[in-house]
Design a protein around this ligand. Sequence first.
Ligand SMILES: O=C(O)COP(=O)(O)O
Ligand SMILES: [Mg+2]
Length: 227
Amino acid sequence: MVPPLALDIDGTLTTASGRIDPRVFDLLPEWDAPVVLATGKAFPYPVALAHFLGRAETVIAENGGVVHVDGETTVLGDPEAPRAVVEAFRERGGDPGWGARDTVNRWRETEVALSLDADETLLREVAAAAGGDVEVVDTGYAYHVKSTGVSKGRGLERVADALGIEPAAFVAVGDSENDVSTFALAGESYAVANADVAARNAADTVLEESYMDGTAGVLADLRARSE
Ligand SMILES: O=C(O)COP(=O)(O)O
Ligand SMILES: [Mg+2]
């Protein structure tokens, strides 16, 4: 039996240029155990990916702020403090950096994401002034302003509980600091070679291969081990 998976999306199932690697569409539909897509992206993105993979929509979105499992959506984050921080950032002249028609945050329910072009120093200053309730997470794809208690790991606890699986039964693959909490719970954790320092330090194994090359290698090994 192959193990259940907790897979990050950006940097893990993608190419270096940010596209979904086509191998995802070969490897994941047939995976004979739960696959949890755990991402910093807004809720519709992993739902759409799961849908077009023909898999159950078992997702952790917004870094754990929104969890969907067994047809039930749970909102674990509160957008009020993150939105206030970004409002204060704007008042100080900050620009979230997505332009006028922002689809990055349009469906985001519990946090706010800013472009990596945004003024990080100002953002962190404003977030720190809000006290310990809000933190800034740099995924390498965006800055996320989120409640401190929200994490992909907390989301995985919720998913595992709903599925009746121990969190430690999961194998996690990821690439950035927003995957550290999943790595801490999963029985096995892998950072792809393009991972940031936080993910590398937290992972059981740092892979030699990047992006989907690394992830596909893990899936092949897990499959071989289960035979
Ligand atoms: O949305 C981001 O910033 C990163 O998304 P990810 O968690 O799937 O890598
Ligand atoms: Mg990632």
